[in-house]
Design a protein around this ligand. Structure first.
Ligand code: C2E
Ligand code: CA
Ligand code: CA
Length: 708
């Protein structure tokens, strides 16, 4: 309570403006209780009694208030006003005010009461903000949401059946967001049109709600988040969503239902797509290894017999190298449909998969005889071999097929795959179009497969070493060259002799990387001993190196890289390497000769080719195989062979090197029959570069003093 005095009083006959200004300037607090003082932030009334009212409120604020008061006819009846208190905090108050007016219309003050409603107002404001925030949240939400009135409210103690029936006719939308409107109508709709409308007017709503309501009632007026699937009855649109509903129960009645949804159809379509991609090859669209494994697992689970063929294309790399990757891709794409047709022609279930690179797999069910399996594999081989037009270039591609069968060969996918793989490996090695898994043969092969994977690792990790064995000129005892021989220190098996891993490497493309390593390392090392004069290094070359399109380029590049002339290098080739593809090899050898590189025939005498035939190759050196040399002292027949090879070779203008010279007797005999050079343990075993260099030094010193 407060009484305000106007000193001096003012006549109400004065103009309104003047009265207001007078009140602003002259109203003083005459009487008040402590509550009033405290509402302004003072301790008690003594602090404000006698001060000007405008000083309490601030002149501007007080003027506004007086204006209101005067214009309201000098009275406030429950008027809500706000004003700052002493600390500047806004205080809300409900005012009642009555003027003190004398009979002759003189206004001398007023009585006022004030109730602080700040807390209530503040709460309401917060609530409004909250409501606004909530509304913003709902309306901006990406998820469909609806608030549904149950009107009139439903007593929750009626039976479930009654509840379901009741809800079907007494639900109406209180509000929905636009996500909901879009979702339920499948078009962009204004969400306000839903307000007050009965739920279940749209077919889709009916479908959804009639199912969801049952569950909602069962769970006592709520629906825990759950997945639902529908096919929309009017559009045929498949609908997959997650729904979550909460009923609001007040005084035993269900008054409202809050429902929120999450459309998961896009999500699950996306998931399906990812699933698909994880199981298919992007280039050909065929199932991949993962899908193949799953499918085979499925067959095994149902105990369906099947044949599994692993297919590796021959010379696919050559197509890629010579016609370009695009053509390679095109070829791979053409094979898928051909293989699929092959399966369809059998009218049996099956699968075609691409395992990566140029490897495919075909599995066909209900094949239990090996005869039938072989027939299918040979059909497969024929289908692959059909001409393929690669943008104007027609190619015929060959393949190697390995076959394993369920249940005969193994009872799990892993073993079946491995068996088919070893069989395929054998088919490649034996140059047969197909091979059926054979336990005895393939156990050996599977050891080799492991060896090859170890070799590949050794190559990648730089674990292979090159040793060098000197060749000596018999007449002068000078070093005539060295031969590079591979050494593989295996972590588990110790040094593996090249005779064990090279033939296996030759059946795979590892031999290419292997020879490239030897070529580069040998020339790099050779550069180091060039200070002792030209001591050429000989490297051993496999037949498949010769047919490799880029091989000559590699030689040329390695020579240039090490700044060496062609005469620093000798290539040792076996007869079989020459004979594998004579016309092509001849052409390559002529190119190699142009680089200044010498060519030697290795292991001469072990093959079948005649010397006369060899004449057409631009060969410089013949290496007599050590199996003849080693025993030539004790075995006259071997001695005759060595002797005749030397004579015939000399007739053809070739230099003769005898390998496997183990003792001085053999050396003397070779010297006697006119052999040019010798190599063998008598001089030295093969040794690493850091032993070879001192060896050369020592040998040169010896021969120099010897001849001087
Ligand atoms: P090869 O080219 O005929 O090499 C000669 C082999 O005879 C070497 O065996 C060598 O150590 C061995 N040898 C040398 N002197 C004597 C001797 O006085 N007595 C006896 N009993 N043996 C002697 P190694 O190093 O085990 O090589 C075996 C074969 O492996 C080589 O036969 C060659 O065909 C192949 N090879 C070695 N290194 C490579 C390579 O880098 N690339 C290729 N493609 N093949 C290689
Ligand atoms: Ca050799
Ligand atoms: Ca040899």
């Amino acid at each position: 309570m407060v009484r305000v005095d106007t000193v001096p009083p003012i006549s109400l006959l004065r103009p309104t403006e003047e009265i207001i200004e007078h009140l602003v300037q002259n109203n003083i607090i005459a009487l008040c209780n402590d509550t009033f003082a405290q509402s302004y932030g003072y301790k008690n009334r003594n602090e404000i009694l006698g001060i000007k009212a405008k000083d309490l409120v601030g002149e501007e604020g007080y003027r506004d208030r007086m204006e209101l008061y005067v214009n309201a006819g000098y009275s406030f009846d429950q008027v809500l006003l706000q004003r700052p208190n002493r600390e500047g905090k806004v205080v809300y108050g409900v005012y009642n005010a009555e003027p003190i007016i004398t009979d002759d219309n003189i206004l001398s003050g007023l009585w006022a009461s004030f109730t602080d409603v700040s807390t209530a107002i503040q709460q309401q404001e917060e609530f409004t903000q909250l409501a606004q925030r909530y509304r913003r949240f709902v309306s901006n939400s990406f998820y469909p949401m609806a608030r549904i009135n149950v009107s009139p409210p439903m007593p929750v103690d009626i039976s479930p059946a009654e509840q379901i029936e009741y809800l079907a006719t007494h639900m109406e939308y209180a509000e929905v967001n636009s996500a909901y409107a879009d979702w339920i109508t499948n078009s962009a709709k204004d969400s306000s049109v839903f307000q007050g409308k009965k739920v279940l007017t749209n077919t889709l709503e009916k479908q959804i709600f009639s199912t969801l309501i049952e569950e909602f009632v069962k769970q006592h007026c709520q629906l825990a988040p759950s997945e639902w699937q529908f096919i929309s009855a009017d559009t045929g649109r498949p609908l997959q969503f997650n729904a979550n509903c909460q009923g609001m129960i007040e005084g035993g009645d269900l008054v409202e239902i809050w429902a929120s949804y999450r459309d998961t159809s896009v999500e699950s379509q996306y998931l399906r797509e990812i699933e698909y991609q994880a199981r298919h090859d992007t280039l050909t669209g065929l199932p991949n290894r993962k899908k193949l494994h799953e499918t085979l697992h499925g067959y095994i689970k149902k105990e369906t017999p099947f044949v599994l063929m692993l297919i590796d294309l021959d010379l696919f790399k050559e197509i890629n190298d010579n016609l370009g990757h695009h053509s390679g891709d095109l070829l791979l794409q053409k094979l898928g449909p051909r293989l699929q047709n092959l399966i369809s022609d059998t009218s049996k279930p099956g699968i075609v998969a691409r395992l990566g690179g140029d490897e495919f797999a075909v599995a066909i069910c209900d094949v239990s005889s090996q005869l039938e399996a072989k027939q299918l594999a040979s059909n497969t081989s024929a289908v692959i071999n059909q001409a393929a037009d690669l943008e104007g270039v027609t190619v015929h591609i060959g393949s190697s097929i390995g076959i394993s069968m369920y249940p005969q060969d193994a009872q799990n996918v892993h073993s079946l795959m491995r068996h088919a793989d070893t069989a395929m490996y054998r088919s490649k090695k034996e140059r047969m179009p197909l091979a059926v898994y054979d336990k005895q043969k393939d156990q050996r092969d599977s050891r080799q497969l492991r060896l090859m994977s170890d070799l590949r690792m050794a190559l990648e990790n730089d674990h292979l070493e090159l040793f060098y064995q000197p060749k000596i000129d018999i007449a002068t005892d000078k070093i005539a060259g060295v031969e590079a021989l591979l050494r593989w220190p295996h972590p588990n098996h110790g040094y593996i002799p090249p005779g064990e891993f090279i033939p296996a490497a030759e059946t795979t493309n590892i031999i290419q990387s292997l020879s490239q390593f030897v070529l580069q390392q040998a020339l790099k090392d050779c550069k180091q001993w060039q200070k002792f004069g030209n001591i050429p290094v000989a490297i051993n070359i496999s037949g498949s190196n010769m047919t490799h399109a880029k091989f000559i380029g590699f030689i040329d590049a390695a020579l240039k890289e090490n700044n060496l002339d062609g005469n620093a290098l000798v290539l040792e080739l076996t007869e079989s390497a020459l004979m594998s593809n004579p016309d092509y090899v001849l052409m390559l050898l002529e190119k190699i000769k142009k680089l200044g590189v010498s060519l030697a025939i290795d292991d001469f005498g072990t093959g079948y080719s005649s010397l006369a035939y060899l004449r057409k190759f631009p060969v410089d050196i013949l290496k007599v195989d050590f199996t003849f040399v080693r025993n030539m002292i004790s075995n006259p027949q071997d001695r005759i062979i060595v002797d005749s090879v030397i004579k015939l070779g000399h007739n053809l203008g070739l230099e003769i090197v005898a390998e496997g010279v183990e003792n001085i007797e053999t050396l003397a005999e070779l010297s006697a029959i006119g052999c040019d050079k010798a190599q063998g343990y008598y001089f030295s075993q093969a040794m690493p570069i850091d032993k070879l260099i001192p060896w050369i030094e020592k040998h040169q010193k010896k021969t120099n003093t010897g001849t001087d």
